[in-house]
Design a binder for this molecule. Sequence first.
Ligand code: 26Q
Length: 832
Amino acid sequence: MTDVPAPPARRIPRPVPGRLDPDGIRETLAYRMMYSVAKDGYTATDFDLYQGMAYAVRDRLMERWFLTQDAYHRTDAKRVYYLSLEFLMGRALRNNILSLGSGSLGAHGKVLAELGLELEEMEAQEVDAGLGNGGLGRLAACYLDSAATLALPFHGYGIRYEFGMFRQRIRDGYQVEAADNWLRYGNPWEIPRPDALFPVQFYGTARTYRDDAGHERADWVDTETVYAMAYDTPIAGFRNDTVNSLRLWAAKSSREFDLGRFHSGDYVRAVEAKSQSENISKVLYPPDESVVGKELRLKQQYFFVSATLQDILRRFQKRPGRRIEELPVRVALQLNDTHPSVAIPELMRILVDGEARLGWDQAWAITTQVFGYTNHTVLPEALETWSAELFGRLLPRHLQIIEEIDRRFGLVVSEKFPGDADRVRRTSIVTEGEPRMLRMAHLGFVGSRAVNGVSEIHTGILRKTLFRDFDEIFPGRLLNVTNGVTPRRWLLQCNPRLSALITEAIGEGWTTELAQLRGLAGFASDASFRERWQAIKRANKVSLSHWALDMHGLRLDPEALCDTQVKRIHEYKRQLLNVLHVLALYLRVKDGAEIQPRTVLFAGKAAPSYAMAKRIIKLIHAVADLVNGDPTTAGRLRVVFIPNYGVSAAEMIFPACELSQQISTAGTEASGTGVMKAALNGALTIGTLDGATIEMRDEVGSENVFQFGNTAEEIVALARSGTPPSVFVERDDELRRVLEFLAKGPLEEVFPGLFSPIVQVLVGWDRFHHAADFATYRDAQRRAEAAYRDGDWTGMSIRTVAEMGRFSSDRAVQKYATDIWGAAAVPVKLGV
Ligand code: 26Q
């Protein structure tokens, strides 16, 4: 590849960085209101003011962004690229103000107050950037925050979906999806880069030919071209002047579409084809089983991977004298699950077929030094596979390359295990027989220098199951990095009351050194501190009830224990176990028993084609109507489903949460991160021995967690034994009664037959073993009630927060940087 000397810089003067005191903010806001928003005091709406303030904040980020990117270039630092189909960012305004600020929200709040507007009112004008489905997408957002705070040269790359995660409405208790047109009123945080435009090829044919030297070569011809255009969003580190970027690609048709068919007079068809090709970045795919539209999902994956690699290599080669062999020293690429794993054959294609003309072995050595791959699931139905037929039609050359990777890997395996044909078959990337399928997890493992699970138990299960053979073939490649969450958004920003109390007690260092929370342990028995701790939880519960009433017309009871299960609706997460327990409580109250008053709060979206999950949502609403409409349970039990769960709803819910449920069947939840956010806000956890809850128990102490249920090993043994759920139902009067109530009670009367598929699963053949865990779940709930009523709940809550330091995403990202990326911080300082 040729060196491109950088053109001489134009002499564009750089403005003096603006100030962040009230005068400076007032001035920038005035300027932005007039020149960017073009509104004055007579015409500006709250939304206009939000826009003006967003631009005013962005101006300060830009100065730091140039400073940071210059420093990365100057020091030639190793860059980390995080490739993800999802970034669940939520709102940006408060987060950016907090990152910039030297104190609190003070100065910005003051300027707004002069305009008669509260920060809270204004920030509600911003729409969530919901470019993700759930945990995996939010993790990417937390890692962006931590990487910037750690001053790492880190770039997020993904797709600028025109429609993100659907908006969930509830009609008659059923989920109804609506399009999330989040860009309708513009997005002040993004900077369009019409000049950062890369062609991406699809279809066509892979061809072999002989080059001038007589070597056999391959190329890819007669393709269709779509262009990827970049949009950059600044990502601020917390009070360190680092500003990284998130680069998202939007599809643009090629110019041929604009000009080509024109000549044949077929103008309308040309414009139709143009919008066809721009469909690629139209919509975020939900993780459902449906095959329809799958080709477009693969197109999305390759579209963003191709543009990203072109951009990365352009940046890499900008420096004169660069040799491609240096790539692994300068660049690390992290694959957020297999969704971007086509990057592996794409880099091979560039190195072998492209200008570099490397031999296979050299190209492979480079490729396998550059990639890291994170696995987020062991559920077989969630592992990504593609039919070779579909893949080869869209990306014929990549299919050839994958087949060659597979062939060579097969040789490695049979050399290491002579005569073990079964092992070769088990580990192959391309399956035998029809239809041939590509197993992307296998490709990810073979093509990466490091592969990681997201909690200790998850990594252990990967080692024993999905990646067992691979771990033997490549010892040391598989490692664990337990997930974490950013304490800036998930405590400092969302819970100002608790943050202020913590800072008053231990200073503000915890915001970047979360382990400092340990200093709170000493306050667990301090009477006045405990009282304030309790009062804050109560105030947060009141705030949540006001919000739920205003936003959704839902009534919560701030006096009651706030019990939450908020996450995607999925059978493995076992919202049904929670529902069974709610019904048990209901029947007990009907019998005249005294229970600890509680509000059981559910929230979460079901994939649009996941019929069982949608039925579970309907069941939750039916149970809510029954329970909330019954005067006997008034003041004792409420069931609430908060619609349209997302980042902003989570920021309201976690500060108010007292009991947080992570009750998945052991061995199914890779990590779970919501449970960390709740605990960081003082909730106690009721949970199975699954995902990161095990490590949370190890940190906070088993006396502070309500643990129950079969272990992952026991679940495997249970499944092997073929024990039917009826065995557990027969020996448990309360469970039997609840199931009979479901099958024959008032719910069945109002909705005949609607819930029988659910009952059938629970008593028939249940992959997720609800019945087997019911009795111990009930016991754990009893222990929780007792602790809330007469135990040391507040002390437990304080001690939990004190031991949550390990679950900061700062720790997780630092571990990736050291163990996988080999990347170091490049701190910057803006001299003002
Ligand atoms: C795949 C193919 C086609 C369309 C969609 C998908 C798809 C999209 C999203 C498959 C999976 C996802 C999301 C997975 C996810 O969020 N996993 C969660 O990741 C968290 C972060 O590691 C963990 O904490 C959770 O345990 C895990 O469920």
